[in-house]
Design a binder for this molecule. Structure first.
Ligand SMILES: [Fe+2]
Length: 400
């Protein structure tokens, strides 16, 4: 995140003596990106972060891409999937992927992880659809609730603690850094006045977790299709302080301020994050277009250069046949899409929408996984045809 933040105790000068109550030195660790040219943070540990007890055999952890899938719009239903597994990593089921991003659902039943997790290669954005609790990280605790995007930069060691109740997560794993849209930032990195959110909406960690007991601490490290099994002598949660620009944070979809206009606004007005070759957008309740002849429903469009994924969070689409919350629609580049029959006329005069959705648009084609094939609504590609009937608008009708 491109602003400075500080938590806990740090010495006056970086790279100088900073001593513990017993007189020993704290172990300083620089976590930096892009060599030494990107954002970084300096952490101060009670114990060096390098004390590996042992490394067990790596566990394969790679989704299988489905072969022979037709080029077509897809609708994936996930609402009926109450749990996808017991613990957080076991429950992570990837539905779509390409060389830039993996998109997964994750509905774990276990409340607390008995290990620590680090993604060594990718940033993760965890969108909390259902559930609340704490994201515990080596840089502190972030309480979360439904509607939060939890942005966890690569290498940040963390674990989740979920409250009682259904947990339903959408996880976007980005193989390049997750950033706010560049056009919303000034030369200094500050978010500008026309940005739909600002630094005040970003919630960094609020308190450090300091575990000091010697023991055996398991850290599962995801990299290159494996979970690498590391056991450390000391807990990774032993920082007494840190400062810098590199840290996890939460941002709520409920804090996204929509941009509206007299005529239909294009999808980039909903953009929330960007990374190499894809964007993440937030569709939130907003006033519809107010030109006297405006058509609130979007026009048909051809995604010449992108695949378009919508994940339905909350709103009117719940009452529509065949469309649930937690559904995905996937509209691949090369095939035009638009409103269902009757929707354009029906939208005229509508003043506002109350729907929430998360959109992920990629510049490179996405591939469905074998897991996703089981969630497919086979009739969706034909749902624009009068012959097949749609029983009312379908999810993408008013979104984009
Ligand atoms: Fe679209």
């Amino acid at each position: 995140m491109a602003f400075y933040y500080k938590l806990g105790e740090i010495p006056h000068k970086r790279h100088t003596q900073f001593r513990q109550p017993d007189g020993s030195l704290y172990a300083e660790q620089l976590v930096g990106t892009l060599g030494f040219s990107g954002v970084s943070s300096l952490l101060y540990h009670i114990n060096p972060p390098t004390k590996i007890n042992r490394i067990d055999e790596p566990v394969p952890f790679k989704p299988k891409v489905a072969e022979g899938i037709k080029l077509a719009p897809h609708h994936l239903r996930t609402l009926q999937v109450e749990t996808t597994g017991t613990d957080y990593l076991d429950a992570r089921k990837t539905v779509l992927l390409n060389n830039d991003v993996d998109i997964s659902i994750c509905n774990p039943s276990e409340r607390e992880m008995n290990y620590y997790y680090k993604n060594a290669a990718s940033d993760e954005v965890v969108f909390v659809h259902d559930g609340s609790g704490d994201l515990l990280t080596q840089m502190g605790r972030i309480p979360f609730k439904p509607g939060d995007y939890l942005v966890i930069p690569r290498t940040v060691i963390h674990k989740f603690r979920f409250d009682e109740g259904q947990v339903r997560l959408l996880i976007v794993e980005s193989h390049s850094p997750i950033e706010t849209p560049r056009r919303y930032r000034n030369h200094f990195g500050q978010l500008l006045e026309h940005s739909p959110f600002c630094e005040r909406d970003m919630r960094p960690p609020i308190e450090l977790i300091t575990e000091t007991e010697k023991g055996e601490y398991r850290v599962q490290i995801k990299k290159e299709g494996y979970l690498h099994q590391y056991y450390y002598e000391f807990s990774p949660f032993d920082a007494v302080g840190w400062d810098g620009y590199f840290f996890p944070y939460a941002f709520s979809i409920y804090d996204f301020e929509p941009i509206t206009g007299r005529i239909h606004q294009p999808p980039p007005v909903h953009q929330t994050f960007e990374a190499h070759n894809f964007v993440i957008c937030s569709f939130v309740p907003r006033l519809f277009d107010y030109h006297p002849l405006a058509i609130p429903a979007p026009y048909n469009h051809s995604n010449v250069d992108s695949d378009e994924v919508l994940y339905y969070v909350e709103g009117d689409f719940m009452s529509r046949k065949g469309v649930d919350r937690a559904s995905f629609t996937v509209h691949p580049g090369g095939i035009p899409h638009g409103p269902h029959p009757g929707t354009v006329e029906a939208s005229i005069g509508k003043k506002e929408t109350h729907e929430y959705a998360v959109m992920i648009d990629t510049f490179k084609p996405l591939h469905l996984t074998e897991y996703a094939v089981n969630l497919m609504d086979k009739n969706y590609p034909m749902s624009w045809s009068e012959h097949h009937g749609t029983n009312g608008p379908r999810p993408a009708d008013m979104m984009d």
